[in-house]
Design a binder for this molecule. Structure first.
Ligand SMILES: *Cc1c(COP(=O)(O)O)cnc(C)c1O
Length: 365
């Protein structure tokens, strides 16, 4: 029997979604964003599946080192760069590209006495107000990096969009214009677009695109699904019923006794909870598939279990298949029901959940 809670990963879908990126940005190089354990899908699994991309992006130095130790030789950009000499040494040793976004990093680069060189991405803050230099700092910083012996020339240039998933907000165009105006004729390859930029903003494509969530088949736009954009979901989260029993009108379900049964029904208990990464704040009514049919979540999500109303499926029995998201149930829909974004759901699947690649689904686990 399969483990109680498991996630099925469709690596062909990952390839399909990469192809979709290529169609949207045929002239751009692709930096596949695989931070946070490949958005919960497994860092090395995703990297190996996409091993023909032009580069990877991770958030932290340790993630880059893991890729190198696994033998991956692609270019890898570390989006948070480095904060100390030890991390800079690691970037040099493992030949990882550093994002340079704050002045203390320049001091470390200039003081370093090593002979190997490092590729850098100078990051401009065009309105996100997270990482990056402001436009007025750009000329001085660019000049310092251009003279730094440790830095491969020319310096690469990037910024990050703050609200590209809102097609009505002209913030994105303002950011793109500020980026281009600030850089002027400066040499170096340029990168602006995340998934929403790639799918929604032609002017953001530039030399390199940085797709994240769309690679996993998820829409970056609230209110739409990846499927509607021609993407295929990579992750399905599954479990099974472990108990089925009658529930009388007036009975309350779960912690806090917050859900009161309006009429006699059949209750199902599913082996999945926030301890697996199912969202604690999923509201009653959140759809769950039991034997492929939608039934509503009732009561609060607990650590190891959820409860569902099986009124429409009185013949369901322990052991029956349950899907929390994936085939037939978009993770985007579950995110809406839990007042979150699908990113947090796929990133939040915990260690306890067995990750299974689609082809091995029928082999012994
Ligand atoms: C996470 C991230 C991305 C990818 O964003 P998606 O919305 O997942 O496509 C791109 N660029 C930077 C700097 C990021 O931090």
């Amino acid at each position: 029997m399969t483990p109680a809670a498991y996630a099925v990963l469709d690596l062909n879908a990952l390839q399909h979604n990469l192809q979709k990126v290529r169609e949207c940005a045929p002239d751009a190089n692709i930096m596949a964003v695989i931070k946070a354990n490949g958005y919960g899908h497994g860092l090395l699994r995703v990297a190996e599946t996409l091993s023909h991309v032009d580069a990877f992006a991770v958030a932290r130095v340790q993630e880059g080192i893991r890729l190198r130790k696994a033998g991956l030789q692609n270019r890898v950009a570390v989006l948070e760069g480095f904060t100390c000499i030890e991390e800079l040494d690691d970037l040099l040793h493992y030949q990882l590209d550093a994002v340079v976004h704050t002045a203390s990093q320049l001091d470390l680069l200039e003081q370093h006495t090593g002979r190997t060189q490092i590729a850098v991405w100078l990051k401009l803050d065009t309105g996100m107000n997270r990482l990056g230099f402001h436009a007025n700092e750009f000329p001085g910083i660019y000049q310092r990096l251009s003279r730094c012996v440790l830095v491969k020339q020319p310096v690469n240039l990037m910024t990050h969009l703050a609200n590209a998933d809102d097609m009505q907000d002209d913030m994105t165009i303002k950011q793109i214009n500020l980026f281009n105006q600030t850089l002027g004729m400066s040499q170096g390859e340029r990168s602006i677009a995340n998934s929403a930029g790639i799918l929604g903003w032609q002017a953001a494509l530039a030399d390199w695109v940085r797709p994240g969530v769309m690679l996993y088949g998820i829409s970056p736009f609230p209110g739409s699904t990846g499927a509607e954009l021609g993407l295929k979901h990579v992750m399905g989260l599954h479990s099974r019923l472990i108990a089925v029993k009658p529930l009388a009108k007036g009975g309350t379900v779960g912690y806090g006794c917050s859900w009161v049964c309006p009429q006699d029904t059949t209750l199902g208990v599913v082996a999945i909870g926030y301890g697996d990464g199912y969202p604690r704040y999923a509201k009653p009514g959140t759809p769950v598939l039991v034997n492929g049919q939608r039934v509503p979540l009732i009561g609060r999500v607990s650590m190891d279990m959820i409860t569902v109303d099986l009124a429409s499926q009185p013949d369901a029995k322990p052991g029956d298949a349950v899907t929390l998201w994936g085939d037939g149930l978009a993770v985007e829909e579950i995110a809406l029901c839990a007042d979150t974004i699908p990113y947090t759901l796929v990133c939040g699947v915990t260690q306890r959940v067995r990750l299974v690649e689609a082809e091995e689904r029928n082999s012994p686990l």
